[in-house]
Design a protein around this ligand. Sequence first.
Ligand code: NDP
Length: 298
Amino acid sequence: AMSAKLIDGKAIAEEIRRELKAEVAELQQKYGKAPGLAVVLVGERKDSQTYVRNKKKACEEVGIVSFGTDLPEDVSEEELLKVVADYNADPAVHGILVQLPLPKHIDEQRVLDAISIEKDVDGFHPLNIGALAMRGRDPLFVPCTPKGCLELLKRSGVVMAGKRAAVVGRSNIVGMPAALLLQREDATVTVIHSRTPDAQKICAEADIIIAACGRAEMVAGDWVKEGAAVIDVGINAVDDPSAKRGYRLVGDVNFAEASEKASQITPVPGGVGPMTIAMLLRNCVDGATRTFAAEAAQ
Ligand code: NDP
């Protein structure tokens, strides 16, 4: 029987969106301007098109103005860099997001490096990641998915200071920044990756687990300490003939098993997923708030 309390990412994300809507209205009143987000999409990938559409829609719902540039699959790197440079210079734009992955002929690093760090709402610029890793420094932006994981822990009352945390996965966009964020909250963090021996034993000692390995249901019941808080970032489609679409979505955690051990746990879907977009909106509003205040001080 499930004994864990569910961490409802959908409800928490909705609450955050309500808060942001009120903040945007305040900015509008105080400065007569709204935050703006530019979303750049290259090519015709169906999944990327869906993400971009959802991001723009979420913006509009809280009053953020969205700008979009759709470029063909065969666009040159120079042309893409020109689009980024134009948005860097555009005072109505406070956040720039280049939807990844980019086509192979384009140097992704060069494009991400070109985004002004003041508008880097994805938080992927190496200067923002570098600041995240350093004591005494604060990044202008933190990557949205790991930021969403920490927000779920905070809003669920999970104490991080002095606790042991295990992060499964070390990607630039999820695992690595998640580990840095937990460390900034004074947790003692172990990062597990594909070459880690005894991953199960390490996880089983953790008070907090963030699973982001892209392996369906890898974090099983015996990976979870009694009373641990479990955040499941994974989104994996597994075949299921009984499901309408022929598949269903599962996380990187075996939910049925882990929920018998954990004190709190996120579901998939409805956990981390909705938080990612909410944190993108948060970053946009933060960027605009900083810019408006700086402009007003001039
Ligand atoms: P990546 O594939 O970029 O990274 C996976 C990480 O997990 C790597 O560091 C890899 O190790 C590690 N790993 C892989 N297999 C194992 C294993 N058997 N044991 C231990 N570690 C392992 O994935 P992402 O970080 O981009 O995404 C992770 C998951 O989160 C995916 O399921 C993805 O779909 C989901 N996701 C969800 C989002 C959301 O909004 N909810 C947003 C982004 C991602 P190594 O470095 O050694 O290769």
